[in-house]
Ligand binder design. Structure first.
Ligand code: NAI
Length: 399
C-alpha cells in the first residue's frame, strides 16, 4: 500500500513511517552540529516523549552533547487493520533505533501516563536500566482528558476564553480555509477541569511517586513547558482556560522546587515559543498569529522549531551554568526571540491586515502547513512516497 496524507480539520489521520524516520534524522543532524550540551544529565525520564517538545528534548539530550540514556512515556497508536498508526508511534521506533546505534539506551513505554500501571513500569525501568535513579524528569504531556484518580470520572480540558467571548479565525489544514468563529467563555467547572488536565497536579504526582520510590538522583532537575505569548494571544491563551492551567503549573514548579532542594536539584516551568505541533494547531484562533510569527521570525533569521528551542534550553539555561537563569517569577524564558518587541510590532501589523483573502500571502501559511505535514512524516524530499509499504512489516516494528 501507499500511505497518503489524511487530514480532518486540523488533525492528521495518517502518518508516513519513513518520513517520521527522516524527521528524526534531520533533528539528530541539527543537534550534532549545534553548540553542545555541557555537564548534561545522563539518565532522563521524559513523560510525553513521542512528539513536539518532549521528542525534541529527547533527541537533544541523546545526540546534542549530553549522551543521555532515556526512558520515554507516550500514548500512541500502532498499525492495525483500521490504520497505519500515529506519527508518535514511529517516532518512538526510529528514535530508539538511532539511539541504540549510537550506543545509548532508549526505552519506550507506551500507555496512559496518568495510570498507575505506567508509573509502575517506569519505576521498574529506572531500576533495570538506570541503576534506580534519574537525573532529569521532563513533563511534556499535551492532552484533553485525565482520569480522576479517586473516581470513575474523566476530567476534560476545554480551550476557551474566560469572562468574555473571543472572535477570531482558525485555518483548517484539511482544505486551507480561513474559518471565523466566536468562542463563548468557559464556565467555572470547565476552567477547573482544564487545570486538572493541563495544570501542575499530575506533574507533582509523578515527582511524588518518584520521590517515594527513591528514584531521584542527587542534583535531579525537573521541567515542564508553558506558554505566555504576546498580548494579542492573551484572550485565547494566557487569560483563558489554558493560561489558568499554566499559572497552576508555574505555582507547582515552586512547590516542586522546594521538594527537589532536598536533592540539591530544582524544578522549573519553562516558557517556550509558539510552534506548530499536534497540540498547538488545535488551539482555535491561534493560527493567524502563528503564520504571522513564522513569517516575521524567518525574515529576521530568528525562527526556531522544537529542536532548536530544546538544544538552546539545555545549552544556555539548564546545564553548564553556575545558576539556572530565571525571570522575576522564577520561570525559564526561552520565548525571548518570539517576544522581541520589534518582531511583535511587525506581527501586529501583519495581523491587522490579514483576512480570508490574503492570509497565504501575508503570513507564512506554506511554512506552517509544511511543518504540520512533516510532523506526520510527509513532505520530505528524500522519501519515496510512491513506494509500496506492507502493513504486515509495519506491525512487526515494536517500540
Ligand atoms: P505534542 O502533542 O506534540 O506532544 C504531546 C505528548 O504527550 C506526546 O508524546 C503524546 O504521546 C503524549 N501524551 C498525551 N497524552 C498522554 C497520555 N495520557 N499518556 C502518555 N502520553 C501522553 O505537544 P507539544 O506541543 O509538544 O506540548 C507539550 C507541552 O508543551 C504542553 O504542555 C504544551 O502546552 C507546551 N507548549 C507547547 C507550545 C507549542 O506551541 N506547541 C508552546 C509552549 C508550550
Amino acid at each position: 500500500m501507499q500511505i497518503e496524507p489524511l487530514i480532518q480539520g486540523v488533525v492528521a489521520r495518517s502518518a508516513h513511517p519513513y518520513g517520521c524516520r527522516a524527521s528524526i534524522k534531520e533533528q539528530i543532524d541539527y543537534v550534532k552540529q549545534a553548540p553542545q550540551i555541557k555537564q548534561g544529565p545522563k539518565r532522563v525520564l521524559i513523560i510525553g516523549a513521542s512528539s513536539g517538545f518532549g521528542l525534541a528534548a529527547r533527541i537533544a539530550l541523546t545526540f546534542g552533547g549530553a549522551e543521555a540514556d532515556t526512558i520515554g512515556v507516550s500514548f500512541e497508536r500502532g498499525p492495525s487493520d483500521k490504520g497505519v498508526g500515529s506519527a508518535g508511534w514511529y517516532n518512538n521506533i526510529y528514535f530508539k533505533d538511532e539511539a541504540t546505534h549510537h550506543g545509548r539506551t532508549a526505552i519506550n513505554i507506551v500507555g496512559d501516563a496518568f495510570s498507575n500501571t505506567v508509573r509502575t513500569q517506569v519505576i521498574e525501568a529506572i531500576e533495570t536500566y538506570f541503576e534506580g535513579e534519574v537525573d532529569l524528569v521532563i513533563y511534556s504531556l499535551a492532552t484533553g482528558v485525565r482520569p480522576n484518580p479517586d473516581s470513575e470520572e474523566l476530567w476534560r480540558s476545554v480551550i476557551k476564553p474566560i469572562g468574555e467571548s473571543v472572535t477570531g479565525a482558525s485555518i483548517m489544514l484539511e482544505n486551507d480555509q480561513w474559518v471565523e468563529s466566536t468562542l463563548e467563555p468557559a464556565n467555572e467547572n470547565e476552567a477547573d477541569a482544564t487545570i486538572k488536565v493541563m495544570g501542575g497536579g499530575d506533574w507533582e504526582s509523578w515527582i511524588d511517586t518518584l520521590i517515594n520510590a527513591e528514584s531521584l538522583a542527587e542534583g535531579c532537575k525537573t521541567i515542564a513547558f508553558s506558554y505566555m505569548g504576546p498580548e494579542v494571544t492573551h484572550p485565547i491563551y494566557l487569560d483563558g482556560t489554558l493560561g489558568r492551567a499554566k499559572v497552576d503549573l508555574h505555582q507547582t514548579s515552586h512547590a516542586l522546587n522546594l521538594k527537589l532542594a532536598n536533592f540539591n536539584g530544582g524544578a522549573y516551568a519553562t516558557v517556550c515559543k509558539a510552534l506548530v505541533t499536534k497540540a498547538s494547531v488545535f488551539i482555535p484562533t491561534l493560527s493567524p498569529y502563528l503564520i504571522a510569527l513564522y513569517r516575521v521570525m524567518k525574515e529576521k533569521g530568528t525562527h526556531e522549531r522544537c529542536i532548536e528551542q530544546m538544544q538552546r534550553l539545555f545549552t544556555t539555561k539548564l546545564y553548564g551554568q553556575s545558576k539556572v537563569p530565571v525571570d522575576g517569577e522564577r520561570l525559564i524564558r526561552i520565548d525571548d526571540l518570539e517576544l522581541d518587541p520589534e518582531a511583535q510590532q511587525k506581527v501586529s501589523e501583519l495581523l491587522e491586515q490579514m483576512n480570508a483573502g490574503n492570509f497565504k500571502e501575508l503570513g507564512d501559511y506554506a511554512g506552517f502547513k509544511d511543518e504540520f505535514m512533516k510532523l506526520n512524516g510527509f513532505n520530505f524530499a528524500d522519501v519515496d512516497y510512491a513506494q509500496d509499504i506492507s502493513l504486515k512489516a509495519l506491525k512487526r516494528l515494536k517500540p
